[in-house]
Design a binder for this molecule. Structure first.
Ligand code: BDP
Length: 714
């Protein structure tokens, strides 16, 4: 579980030994995430577990089964505080049996066949059973990876002190592709990364394989992640050269036993010859062609050959993510071709090998519409039905860019013939980086539960993404990772909860944000119920507070240009669709962007009755009001307050919530590991200062237009 490289193995082991003889006073540096496997401190539960798990049988010899064995050995040794006995046949009275009907005769005889049939490749059963007088806890699945997921579920039950006495659980993921997207660059930097440098040590690979890669895979698999995109969507073409593919293959070898497939972001101009411009930026690709036109025969065969080369090295390679014709990246439109032409060419290369294309819909060409948020819809909806079967169109949750709050991206529901993959952002690009405590599950739930009305009432975003509404043949979610090489992976301890929550929701979007928070707190911080309750309630309101102190009532993109951390509402230079002034449109009359039918008419991209609800200033929910309407300062809100009063109120509510989080946290100083306590405390203190800056900067700026006094309800 410690970070070390193979070459420094011995030294690290020595350290480990010295640390362990130093006793238990060592504080928690966060490295073990939600898998710290500390001894169960509830005596009753501990003896229940010790009694139920006396001998373990892991049926199967695959690398995945070896990983299961290692995880149980390590996990249960910690949790149950004793040596763990493994056996290959039934011995003793109480057995933990892990196997598939193919690898274990007993599983075959227990009669789970029908149940297993409905669980697919990744699902599993957790059962309490009896066989020939032996009491058993059973993890059964159709595949070894299913067993791995079931094993992690069992460990989670124990880590959260739940009974394992009469288990009857079956679980299968609601989406097929559950990916973490890393925006990591070859030089070790991470685009929008706030937790150190990239985990991937390109210079050392493939020879030296950091043991941390395995811990990454364990953590990801423990929450059901089954794919990792290694590099930035602003893709460096060199990742596809032979030298780098060997490095990618070495990573894929580490991830494979954990059921994690490897994917790459690719640069559309890869087949072209490349050079560096005066700023040192690479233009073009790694090939020797003079074009990357997707209808050119040489370009097409370049990609086919590249795919063959990749699959020779990585037989289970997952596929490509492509950012094309967006923010300066090359794409098919450079040759007058469509996004579908580009995506289909790549699908033809990957499809025969079992790979997919994730073609991003994050495009906002100003020629398409003067309102940035309408552009992706206008470019992609006409292409519905034109993509080959191995293509996903991957869209961010909102139509702009990962703001603290946006309405749903209207593409969802509007492309019934194209599987849409939902892209969420774990890294807090616009939500206080790794300094602010913002638990994102409530936000993701808000999107997933949003009713698009695409096929009438009940057409939630979740039902689109999981394929049930429009019968997608492939389904998936992608989360832009918040992971770096910081010792605790995510910078902020609570940012770990966002990694955790993303995986859990990608597996099952019906889980509640509260339940996920509770699991995470119990596994990471404390199993004491009152501590859990305090932290959970802190987390649950943290995202709404962030919206309130940054961009309440539908305001958006009023942050510092490019850095995206603090407020900069007065900024109006450069591309208009990147400037706060373009978005908030404050003037002497009021505030907000008129996207109603009397303005840019972005409301028309939604289905009825959402369209009408958003279009009218009286029915538009407060939380989206300034997104869709330019509202008079003296407009009466649903609360009875004027817009100006409500705005002030929200900013003060947000900052007050941060104060209350700090107070709650301080009250827990005896209940939390000291290292984690101090780390979180110092970040909350900074968050408090930042929230005040947001409030004061924005209100003072808007006051210039409203000419009203800043005040707030007590
Ligand atoms: C924006 C980021 C930018 C990304 C871009 C994208 O500011 O760094 O490259 O999205 O998603 O959120 O492509």
């Amino acid at each position: 579980m410690k970070q070390q490289s193979v070459s420094s193995n011995t030294i690290s082991l020595l350290f480990l030994f010295l640390f362990s003889i130093a006793g238990t006073a060592l504080s928690d540096d966060g490295y073990t995430l939600w898998m710290n496997y500390k001894k169960v401190d509830d005596e009753k539960r501990l003896s229940e577990y010790q009694n139920a798990i006396q001998t373990i049988i892991v049926s199967g010899t695959s690398e995945t089964c070896r990983a299961i064995h290692a995880e149980l050995d390590h996990g249960l040794r910690g949790l149950l505080a004793r040596e763990i006995t493994f056996a290959s046949s039934l011995v003793g009275k109480n057995v933990l049996l892990i196997g598939t009907p193919r690898t274990s005769e007993i599983i075959g005889k227990l009669g789970y066949g029908l149940m297993l049939r409905s669980l697919g490749n990744d699902g599993y059963l957790l059962k309490s059973a009896e066989f020939n007088g032996t009491k058993m806890t059973v993890v059964a699945a159709n595949t070894d990876v299913g067993l791995l997921y079931g094993t992690f579920h069992l460990l989670r039950l124990i880590e959260t002190h739940q009974s394992v006495a009469s288990l009857d659980i079956s679980s299968r993921p609601k989406t097929q592709y559950r990916l973490l997207d890393h925006w990591d660059n070859l030089d070790g930097s991470i685009e929008r990364g706030y937790a150190g440098k990239s985990l991937w040590k390109w210079a050392d690979l493939p020879k030296s394989v950091d043991l941390r890669y395995r811990d990454y895979a364990r953590a990801a698999a423990s929450i059901g992640i089954n794919g990792t995109v290694l590099n930035n969507v602003n893709a460096d073409p060199r990742l596809l050269d032979a030298e780098h593919l060997a490095k990618v293959a070495a990573l894929a070898d580490v991830f494979r036993p954990y059921g994690i497939r490897t994917f790459l972001s690719v640069n559309f101009a890869s087949p072209m010859s490349g050079k560096f411009d005066l700023d040192g930026n690479r233009k073009g690709g790694i090939g020797n062609l003079s074009t990357s036109d997707p209808l050119n025969a040489d370009v097409r065969s370049w990609w086919k050959n590249k795919a063959e080369e990749i699959y020779k090295l990585i037989p289970d390679f997952g596929g490509f993510v492509v950012k094309a014709n967006s923010e300066g990246m090359p794409g098919p439109q450079d040759y007058g071709r469509t996004h579908a032409d580009g995506a289909n060419m790549l699908a033809e290369a990957l499809g025969p090998h079992g790979g997919v294309v994730m073609w991003r819909a994050f495009v906002y060409n100003p020629d398409v519409d003067s309102d940035r948020v309408k552009r992706a819809y206008k470019e992609f909806v006409p292409l519905d039905g034109k993509f080959l079967k191995d293509v996903f169109v991957q869209a961010k949750n909102g139509p702009l860019d990962f703001q603290p709050r946006e309405p749903v991206q209207p593409l969802f529901g509007a492309m019934p013939k194209t599987p849409l993959m939902l892209e969420l952002q774990l890294t807090q690009e616009y939500l206080g980086h790794s300094t602010h405590l913002v638990y994102l599950a409530p936000m993701w739930k808000e999107y997933l539960q949003f009713d698009t009305y695409a096929k009438g009432k009940g057409s939630t975003l979740a039902s689109i993404v999981d394929g049930s509404l429009q019968n997608y043949q492939m389904t998936g979610m992608a989360g832009v990772a918040n992971i770096g090489n910081d010792r605790n992976w995510c910078g902020h301890t609570f940012a770990q909860s966002n990694w955790y929550a993303y995986g859990r929701l990608a597996w099952d979007h019906d889980l509640s944000a509260e339940q996920i928070a509770e699991e995470w707190i119990r596994m990471t911080l404390s199993n004491d119920s009152s501590v859990v309750a305090s932290i959970r309630s802190m987390m649950m309101g943290s995202r709404e507070a962030c919206v309130d102190y940054m961009e309440p009532l539908g305001l958006h993109h009023i942050m510092q240009t490019d850095f995206h951390y603090g407020p900069e509402p007065s900024y109006d230079k450069g591309r208009p669709d990147w400037t706060p002034v373009y978005y908030h449109r404050a003037d002497s009359m009021g505030l907000g962007f008129d996207r109603s039918s009397s303005g840019s008419n972005a409301t028309s991209q939604y289905f009825s009755p959402v369209k009408e609800e958003f279009d009218s200033i009286t029915t538009c929910p407060d939380m989206y009001l300034l997104w869709f309407h330019h509202v008079r300062w003296d407009h009466r809100m649903k609360s009875g307050r004027t817009l100006w009063e409500e705005l002030c109120n929200k900013y003060y509510l947000g900052t007050a919530y941060v104060d209350s989080m700090l107070t709650t946290w301080n009250s827990l100083h005896n209940s939390i590991d000291p290292e984690i306590f101090l780390l979180v405390k110092s970040r909350l203190e900074k968050q408090k200062i930042d929230a005040g800056i947001w409030r004061d900067t924005c209100l003072t700026y808007f006051q210039k237009f409203s000419k009203m006094a800043i005040g707030h309800a007590p």
